[in-house]
Design a protein around this ligand. Structure first.
Ligand code: ARG
Length: 477
């Protein structure tokens, strides 16, 4: 594939090794492979072609290269894109990186015209421009997937807005809530993730091209035009910052890690709910696995794997922070390690959102088990205290009274305050009346907690509408 005659000629070094002119010796084979990044950055090929076209066109307009050369470069870059698309050309895995591959192809095909494309640029500004372009395309797909998961959760929440279930603190049954309330809590967390990814993309919307290796260029580049051409909001402010900065990678890796932490927590709930001890959720068979030895098993592997994969995204964020800490300004080769970590985080979030969505859309719930679980753990004790507060008792006294009633019930072998006769209740407080029994039914406890944010069915429906509206208001393009 390579131009052999070129390779032998010492005045025209291997066009695929962009720095070969300086070194009389070729790098040791293993060492070359060690420092190469093609295996990771090949996925920036489309972005590198786009930014090379914008750069070459600008060089032509500015008279830095002849207009016909700019036109030839544009045509050839378009041709390379087409050939890659059609599978007629593949990224050469032996190239150093995607930038060397494209420039090498241009030189192989066009000779000196190809040798003109790199005027005024460095791989340092090039790689970070391609990376930003890639993220500007990729992150909206993650945001779209997040919105779809939110809709799946909100649909399930709406279906179960009135379905009582125990709410937990310390993994102990605490107070009755509704399944709709619980699922809406998950959706509320994902809405923040949607915002975080959106913020990160807004902040990364600057074009580093023209920053060169670190110090810009003496050639009359038109940075504004290139930035505009590539769809960036503006050129980056400072050329050293432009090649040194990876805040955008940190922010997106952070958003990925937080999203995965959310999914991991939801999946922990699902794994618990799928256990025989809870039996709150029925995962669809398509979204379950079996055991190679235990014939009876139906395992929540998908939820477990999503939970487990959150380790990767946390690790990738730490990887990036660690790479950056202590790096002297401006560019260092260490920065090449940025893409593998962030690509893995994006791939992980993308795959896990897809799995979580499928699993949740197909899941059904054991409503009878959830209702039954609201009885027996004195989840109504707080509502009993509030019953007394409504009748004028100071809360601390009401709390103590309800606690004593729980102790009475436990001593008498009763499973709920509702099983305690009114006479017994009155011994603890004369404020109790017959209406206490209706007030302490799980559904009544939930219905009474209708403050904004609370679990009352009509309030949960309002929260669902609010979140649906916020999704609609997002610019998901
Ligand atoms: N391949 C590199 C990367 O992925 C860009 C090359 C810059 N390397 C250099 N030695 N100046 O970040």
């Amino acid at each position: 594939m390579k131009d052999q005659s070129d390779k032998k000629n010492s005045t025209s070094p291997d066009p695929a090794v962009l720095w070969a002119g300086r070194l009389a010796e070729k790098p040791e084979a293993g060492a070359f492979a060690f420092q190469a990044s093609i295996g990771v950055d090949a996925r920036l090929v489309r972005e590198d072609l786009d930014l090379s076209r914008a750069h070459a066109a600008m060089l032509g307009r500015q008279g830095i290269i002849p207009a016909e050369t700019a036109a030839a470069l544009d045509t050839e870059l378009g041709r390379i894109a087409g050939e890659l698309e059609a599978g007629a050309l593949a990224v050469d895995p032996a190239a150093e990186d995607v930038h060397s591959f494209i420039e090498g192809e241009l030189t192989r095909r066009l000779g000196d015209a190809g040798r003109m494309v790199h005027a005024g640029r460095s791989r340092n500004d090039q790689v970070v421009t391609g990376f930003r372009l890639y993220l500007k395309r990729r992150v909206p797909e993650i945001r779209e997937a997040l919105a779809v998961v939110m809709v799946v959760l909100l649909d399930q929440a709406e279906r179960h807005a009135g379905q009582v279930m125990p709410g937990y603190t310390h993994l102990q049954r605490a107070q009755p809530v509704t399944l709709g309330h619980h699922l809406t809590a998950w959706a509320a967390a994902l809405e923040r993730d949607l915002g975080r990814f959106g913020d990160a993309v807004r902040r990364l919307d600057e074009c580093p091209l023209g920053a060169g290796a670190l110090a810009g260029s003496g050639l009359p580049l038109d940075r504004e035009a290139v930035a505009k051409d590539l769809g960036f909001a503006r050129p980056s402010l400072n050329s050293m910052d432009a090649v040194a900065d990876r805040d955008f990678a940190l922010e997106i890796a952070g958003a990925c890690a937080i999203t995965m932490t959310h999914l991991s927590r939801f999946c922990e709930d699902i794994v618990l709910w799928a256990s025989e001890e809870f039996r709150f959720i029925n995962l669809a068979e398509q979204w379950s696995t079996g055991s190679s030895i235990m014939p009876q098993k139906k395992n929540p592997d998908f939820a477990e794997l999503v939970r487990g994969k959150s380790g990767r995204t946390t690790g990738n964020l730490v990887t990036l922070l660690t790479i950056l800490k202590g790096l002297p300004y401006a560019y260092d080769k260490d920065l090449q390690e940025d893409k593998e970590a962030l690509f893995d985080s994006l791939d992980t979030v993308g795959a896990c959102l897809r799995m979580f969505r499928g699993m949740m859309a197909a899941a059904s719930f054991n409503t009878g088990r959830m209702e039954a679980a609201c009885v027996g753990g004195f989840l109504e004790a707080t509502d009993a205290a509030e019953y007394l507060v409504r009748r004028g008792l100071p809360f601390r006294r009401a709390h103590e009274t309800a606690a004593l009633i729980v102790r009475d019930c436990l001593a008498a072998g009763r499973r709920s305050i509702a099983e305690q006769p009114l006479g017994e209740l009155k011994k603890r407080s004369g404020l109790f009346e017959e209406d206490v029994y209706a007030a302490l039914a799980p559904a009544a406890c939930v219905a009474a907690r209708k403050l904004p944010g609370g679990p009352a069915p009509e309030e949960v429906r309002r929260q669902i509408r609010e979140l649906r509206g916020r999704i609609r208001d997002q610019d998901l393009s």
